[in-house]
Write a protein that binds this ligand. Sequence first.
Ligand code: MTE
Length: 306
Amino acid sequence: MPRYRYPEPPPSAITPKSAWLNRRRLMAGLGAGLAVPSLAWARSLPPAAPWPGSTDEPLTSFEVATGYNNFFEFGTGKDDPARLAHSLRPDPWSVEVTGEVERPTVFDLDDLLASFALEERIYRLRCVEAWSKVIPWIGFPLADLLDAVGLTSRARYVAFETLYDPEQMPNQTSTILDWPYREGLRIDEAMHPLTILAVGMYGEVMPNQNGAPIRLVVPWKYGFKSIKSVVRIELVEDRPITSWQARQPREYGFFANVNPTVRHPRWHQATERRLHDGGRIRTEMFNGYAEEVAHLYAGMDLAENF
Ligand code: MTE
């Protein structure tokens, strides 16, 4: 059984566009004036009905999903993003799509949400690092955006960049990574329907600490591939260098497919801690999405191309 169904969610899962856009404005307005993002307020809105499209594992609680994060622009502690990401201003926001495309475009985020009629498509996906979360993302396939700009025949990889603004992202003054955070995908990975750009979760606009206002989610890869707060998407001919590869090429490969048989040099990757109950479970090849994605890597040595 595939873990996702790609067709449209039922109408009951769709929040009217105007409500969505207003909610985003209100969130941004409230967040700007408060020390803590206005999540409690937002959660009092009626949630969209879940779209039972994907994994049936229990969801991680909203509190854990938004309280235990990696977002190094705000610090290295798992609670730093929740405490500090209020300085990020996700509205207004634009995403530049450029490079080997027919129509280079700077998308205003609100226009992008409106023009793709994307809001509230729910993807219930698992994400794994040393721990795993199951989150009902709201988003749309990256392929939709790439189709809209049209790829040239030279587009072989996609390079992503996070915002660079140390005033909004204070830990960008540190040297732990070469900022801005950069990631990349091969074009067939980028076009896969499970590769989504997420703009919300749990029926809400994306909380700052989870990568507001728009982030990548690539569920069959380790969490670090899922770059947050994206401002730039460039189609390129040559494989881009990612932030983690630049920092430690022996530890972080370009592909970073979840693979319990490949050891990270400093820890094994055979098991993961499920954040919803703290239980330790065996990590599955491609994070359980082998049926959907294994064909992308047919004939490749995945120990070498880790
Ligand atoms: N994107 C940016 N810009 N900066 C980061 O530090 N951390 C990555 C990824 N995307 C990161 C990022 C890592 S290591 C993980 S595990 C996931 O985001 C965490 O996403 P979550 O906090 O929503 O669980």
